[in-house]
Design a protein around this ligand. Sequence first.
Ligand code: ADP
Length: 313
Amino acid sequence: MNEYEINLKEVSLAYGNTEVVHRVSFGIKRGVFAGLVGPNGSGKSTIIKSLSRILEPVYGQISLRGQNIKNMKQKDLARLLAVVPQNAVVPSLFSAFEIVLMGRNPHKGFLSYEDEKDMSIVRDAMEKTDTWRFRDRRIHELSGGEIQSVVIARALTQDTDIIVLDEPTAALDVARQIEILNFLRGHCKERNKTIIAAIHDLNLAAHYCDRMILLKKGDVFMNDAPSKVITNENLSEVYGSGSYVYPHPLSGLPAVLPMVEGIFHSQEVIANLSDCAPSGLWLFWYLFRRALPRAIDQRLSAFIYAYFRAESP
Ligand code: ADP
């Protein structure tokens, strides 16, 4: 029997005659939170669309729990897999509660009504995603971030073992991003759910995902633990220069910072810095940082991390 909950075997995906994903293979085991990462246009959303059957592979096979999704009935697929699309189109005249309640549809017969159990599942999902407070408001009265949270609540209400999300935190502020990802990770680990999410933000992906599938121009460049995937070498190969990887001072996981050398090369910025109080200190810090080789810089970060770890209980 196939041990993967989600398995892509040599999957190619195309829009019209243009192939954008080329014979991609990867498997995700049950209870794993996997992140699809990569530059704009590398194929993350396209792969997410293929998992929900919006786009059929032109080559290869996608299986969920060993079944080829091509042969699954729509209702069976919807009981196994819930999707949170990017910019979900939701009917604007419905209330947030009604939208979330729609997540129960795959579990209902043609003529059956929602019962107490359905209502309690909806309430639970809305409370966990902090959307219960605006349950009676119409969708068109909500902000982009609030709609995003409602769509996530709808997916949870579907009560599936697999959840697929396309940029689930794109419209959320930083506190909500962390709240939603904490919740999704907890949901994955406590209830043994399998989650695959396209995530643009490498720092968030590195901290929440068990595995990261790094895409480059429609190919899998690497599929491994975040600490193996997020390295200066890999990012420079896939994204080009422009970022720098440090160990996060508290978690030790890789953290990506933008390279700001271009800005600091500017005479204007240096002049502005020297106007700042305490200007001498700024200039000293700037020269100190420029003069240090990167290797020493990394050691400094590792030292700070070790210090904080020793301080924490
Ligand atoms: P990502 O999610 O990694 O940013 P996408 O999967 O959206 O990338 O896009 C992969 C490639 O497919 C890009 O070159 C993009 O221009 C192209 N593409 C995406 N959607 C469509 C579409 N509906 N029609 C034609 N080409 C598309």
